[in-house]
Each structure stands twice: as structure tokens, then as C-alpha cells.
Design a protein around this ligand. Structure first.
Ligand code: ARG
Length: 401
């Protein structure tokens, strides 16, 4: 038994984090557990979750709406970075963890708590993200992780909870593990563990199936200012509304489903299904406007750094010095990223069909044209290629000898 006066717990309302409350009091000698739940645009009523923590024995329970910082400070930088982990996953779950950690640390400091706690297991990525974020923001703060220590099966956990007033899940337990926020849904487990089989249609909620998607394509326009999406179809919107609108449009046409085998930080491969319609659509449009407005060398350098940025965020290093330095590079490039991208949504696809930048386009039609307006100096190419290709010429020469 260790002794703690006050501990702030990152609380989701599920059986695991609920069981953490009596467990922290019984096994860690915590006097007061304060629960904190974050509204990240899950789209469900969270007040019952706040109450549930109190029923499970929490001395206090907070619910914070963090949707605006989530989108502005976490999702928008990910769009500017075109962040796709292993080339596919736009980090919808991973982006939420540093924000929850930051608020958890703030509450712990405001309340003068001895420690913070989370209910992540020892096998996932989220424990890595919480632990490293908290350690970076408040290295002196202790992190308690009951779910990494207790050795209880799901059934044991449920009956442990029942002894402390935590109701067993009433609805027939879904076989899936789901993480949800305004950026999308992550779905694992159950039938998805048969990785050779297609995901059952029942796992999807934000995106239409190909059959349900409209038979008529829809063309939309997404506008960017300094790398941030600011308008859809000419209508300027705040960041939360842009994401919501992009979710609705892409979701309706069945765009934004990902089925991937990913490499977790702890070394295992797992299969995850993602539905991230809006975020994926906005990244796609952002990549396109960058292709028009960034010079080729900046674009190439950024491409390699983007992968590193996504790795860092996936692996828990949101607040790290390297991630900060990469942000410096990325943000410096974004002042030129202004313009509008035209996309056609149709039956699971989102294809770019046009782009325009009135202020920053590096496409000069009098250089690229095939007509007589052409200003390109064709004669110059000869000398250029002679020198550019000289290493090959000399190498071939040496082989002749
Ligand atoms: N694999 C994703 C990540 O590490 C999502 C994790 C949560 N997934 C879930 N189904 N509960 O970011």
C-alpha cells in the first residue's frame, strides 16, 4: 500500500477506468480520486459519465469541453504536416492523448494533487503517449497505472467493479474496442482479429458503404490560408465547423475508411479499422495545394519530415524538442500555402480535379504550355543536360577502357 492524498484520473466512463477508482483507493491508498473526462466531440452526452465516476467513489468529477483546442492546436497542425502514420493513418486517436495529458497535468497542479492516473493497459500505444506527455510537462508528477498492474480478466474486472457500485455493461457487450472523437473512429478486436476477412459493415458509423453512397458525384471546393483549411464551397467556417462539414461530406460519399495492419510502439502488429472522413479529405486537399505553392526542394524536404512528424506523434513525442523543431520548419513553409482545391466525391473516392492559388501559384502557364506562347528556352536544355549527365558519361567512358 502506497499512500496518496489526491490523485486525478483520466476518465472515460468505461469499465476499466471506472474500476480504477476503487482500485486506486484500495490498492494505492489514495484518499481522494478526482475524475476528469474530456469532451473531444465524441458526439454523445457526457454528463452521465461525470456522474458515473462519482457513483464509483470519486470525490469529485470534471467534464471539460476541449473540442476547440483539439481541432486548432492538434488537428490543424496534423493537416499542415499531412500526417499519415505508415502512410495511411491520420492519427485521429493519437492526437487526442497529448491534449488530455496536458489538461490532466493542469488539473493536478491546480488541485495540488500528488499524482495522476490513467486506465491504459500495458500493450497499447496510449499508455506510451500519456506517460511521455506527462513526464515532459511535469517530470515530478507521479503517474499511477492500475490497469498495467492488476491481473484481472474482463469477467473478474466486471465483478470487481460490481462490488464497488460500478454497474456491469447493460447492453450486450460489443465485441469491438472503439475510440471516438470529432476526427473519427478507431475500431479493433472481435471479428476484426481475423485479418484475412473484410470488416463487417456494422463497424462503420461515420461513412456510407458503396451501396449507400449517392449515385451522383459531388464536386466540392476546399480553401486554405497559410496551410489551414478555412472554407468549403466558398463558405468561411471556424475550425470545428470545417472538420464537421468535411466529415459529413466525405462520410456521405463513403470516403475515409482505412483497414490497416499497423506497427505499435510496443513492437506488435495490430489490425485497426479507421473512419476519418473529414481529416483524410482535408489532408488530401492540403497536399494538393502544397504541390502548387511550394517549391520542389521545400516540398521534397517536407515530405521526408512529414513521415518523421507522424512517427513522433504516434510514438508519444508530441511535446518533444524534435517535434517542436519540425513544427518550426513546417509552419515556416505554410505562409505560402494559400488557395483552393476542387475535389470530386463519389462512391468511396475523393479525387482532386482542380486547384488554384491566386497569390502563391508556382505554376506558370507560359513556361509549361505546349502552345506558341511558350517562353521556355529550349536551346538551354542541351548544355544543362550535358553537365547534369556528365557523371554518367564519364562513368560509361571508364568502362570502355
Ligand atoms: N491504433 C490507434 C492508435 O494507436 C488507435 C488506438 C485505440 N483504438 C481502439 N480501438 N480503442 O492511435
Amino acid at each position: 500500500m502506497r499512500n496518496f492524498k489526491k490523485v486525478v484520473l483520466a476518465y472515460s466512463g468505461g469499465v476499466d477506468t471506472s474500476a480504477c477508482i476503487p482500485y486506486l483507493m484500495n490498492e494505492y491508498g489514495v484518499e481522494e480520486v478526482v475524475a476528469f473526462a474530456a469532451d473531444l466531440g465524441q458526439g454523445e452526452e457526457l454528463e452521465p459519465i461525470r456522474k458515473k465516476a462519482l457513483d464509483a467513489g470519486a470525490s469529485d468529477s470534471f467534464l471539460d469541453n476541449l473540442i476547440a483546442p483539439f481541432i486548432e492546436e492538434f488537428a490543424f497542425p496534423a493537416i499542415r504536416a499531412n500526417a499519415l502514420y505508415e502512410g495511411k493513418y491520420p492519427l485521429s486517436t493519437a492526437l487526442a492523448r497529448p491534449l488530455i495529458s496536458r489538461r490532466l497535468v493542469e488539473i493536478a497542479q491546480e488541485l495540488g494533487a500528488d499524482a495522476v492516473a490513467h486506465g491504459c493497459t500495458g500493450k497499447g500505444n496510449d499508455q506510451v503517449r500519456f506517460d511521455i506527455a506527462i513526464a515532459t510537462l511535469a517530470p515530478e508528477l507521479k503517474v499511477l497505472t492500475p490497469a498495467r498492474e492488476w491481473d484481472m480478466s474482463r469477467e473478474e474486472l466486471i465483478s470487481y467493479g460490481e462490488r464497488y457500485g460500478i454497474p456491469a455493461p447493460v447492453t450486450k457487450k460489443s465485441p469491438y474496442s472503439i475510440d471516438l472523437n470529432l476526427l473519427g473512429r478507431s475500431i479493433e478486436a472481435g471479428p476484426l482479429e481475423d485479418i484475412s476477412k473484410a470488416p463487417p459493415e456494422e463497424v462503420f458509423q461515420l461513412t456510407s458503404s458503396l451501396e449507400e453512397a449517392p449515385d451522383i458525384p459531388q464536386e466540392i471546393e476546399i480553401s486554405f490560408e497559410s496551410g489551414n483549411p478555412v472554407a468549403i464551397d466558398g463558405i468561411t467556417m471556424d475550425p470545428i465547423s470545417i472538420i464537421s462539414k468535411a466529415n459529413t461530406l466525405a462520410g456521405k460519399h463513403g470516403f475515409g475508411r482505412i483497414d490497416m495492419i499497423e506497427n505499435r510502439v510496443v513492437g506488435i502488429k495490430s489490425r485497426e479499422i479507421y473512419e476519418t472522413p473529414g481529416l483524410l479529405l482535408l489532408i488530401k486537399a492540403h497536399q494538393e495545394i502544397e504541390s502548387l505553392t511550394l517549391s520542389s526542394d521545400v516540398l521534397r524536404t517536407k515530405l521526408t519530415l512529414e513521415r518523421q512528424w507522424a512517427d513522433l506523434v504516434y510514438q508519444g513525442f508530441w511535446f518533444s524538442p524534435l517535434k517542436n523543431a519540425l513544427d518550426g520548419f513546417i509552419n515556416c513553409t505554410q505562409k505560402d500555402v494559400n488557395g483552393t482545391v476542387r475535389i470530386k466525391l463519389y462512391k468511396g473516392s475523393a479525387n482532386v480535379i482542380g486547384r488554384q492559388s491566386l497569390t502563391n501559384s508556382l505554376y506558370f502557364s507560359d513556361y509549361s504550355t505546349y502552345t506558341s506562347r511558350d517562353k521556355f528556352e529550349h536551346k538551354s536544355a542541351e548544355g544543362f543536360i550535358y553537365i547534369w549527365g556528365l557523371p554518367c558519361r564519364l562513368w560509361a567512358h571508364s568502362k570502355r577502357k
